[in-house]
Design a binder for this molecule. Structure first.
Ligand code: GAR
Length: 220
């Protein structure tokens, strides 16, 4: 096996449980990546501690220090590009990105979103699924484009919505799937199996269906 590892920069805004799932998979060699840096737009978040615990360089770039979205994104790009990454992973990074930023990383930036896209782009996805009376909910991983939560989906996992669910219990069920799905999507990218071309996802060279692969952990 080659020693080549895909260089990854992870962007976070908070707890970083998805970051942790990626760190754990990379450390047990299940995932052929090197996490070169973690960048947070918020100080004092748990995700920064997680990076420090694993000796991963971490940077805080507060959006509040910039007068425009463009200036913030430009600074982010400088820090990211200094790491020479093959892939940028948004793991709970709660910022709307400028088109200049999304174009710069087109085809090499993934996001995880807690809904079955195209349903519930934006915030409060769990409560919105409950309010709509949905019987199922889930998580999507997609390539990032200029449209918020609108890029082509590579992978989804579904969970049932239970009668006594709150937004919190539903979020926890979705997060269990997130921690399986994100390392898998990143692995596929690192192995060159998952690609983005002309606004669409390809798997092993074949165009993927809308919604990507429907991942079912129970069939493993
Ligand atoms: C995750 O549930 C992720 O799906 C969501 O933020 C959470 C971050 O958790 N992302 C979004 O809502 C993006 N629109 P984490 O910090 O524990 O990984």
């Amino acid at each position: 096996m080659s020693d080549f590892k895909t260089r990854v920069v992870v962007l976070i805004s908070g707890g970083g449980t998805n970051l942790q799932a990626l760190i754990d998979a990379a450390e047990d060699e299940a995932l052929p990546i090197k996490i070169c840096a973690v960048i947070s737009n918020r100080d004092n978040v748990k995700g920064l501690e997680r990076a420090a615990n694993h000796n991963i360089p971490a940077f805080v770039v507060s959006h509040k220090s910039f007068t425009s979205r463009e200036a913030f994104d430009e600074r982010l790009m400088e820090i990211i590009d200094a790491q020479g990454p093959d892939l940028v992973v948004l793991a709970g990074f709660m910022r709307i990105l400028t088109p200049a930023f999304t174009e710069h990383y087109a085809g090499r930036m993934l996001n995880i979103h807690p809904s079955l896209l195209p349903k519930y782009q934006g915030l409060n996805t769990h409560q919105r699924a409950l309010d709509a009376g949905d019987e199922e909910h889930g998580v999507s991983i997609h390539f990032v484009t200029a449209e918020l939560d609108g890029g082509p989906v590579a992978l989804q996992a579904r969970v049932p919505v239970l009668a006594d669910d709150t937004a919190e219990t539903l979020a926890a069920r979705v997060q269990t799937q997130e921690h399986i799905l994100y390392p898998l999507a990143v692995k596929w990218f690192a192995e060159g199996r998952l690609q983005y071309r002309d606004g669409a996802c390809y798997f092993d060279g074949e165009p993927m269906p809308a919604g990507g692969v429907n991942y079912d952990a129970s069939t493993e």
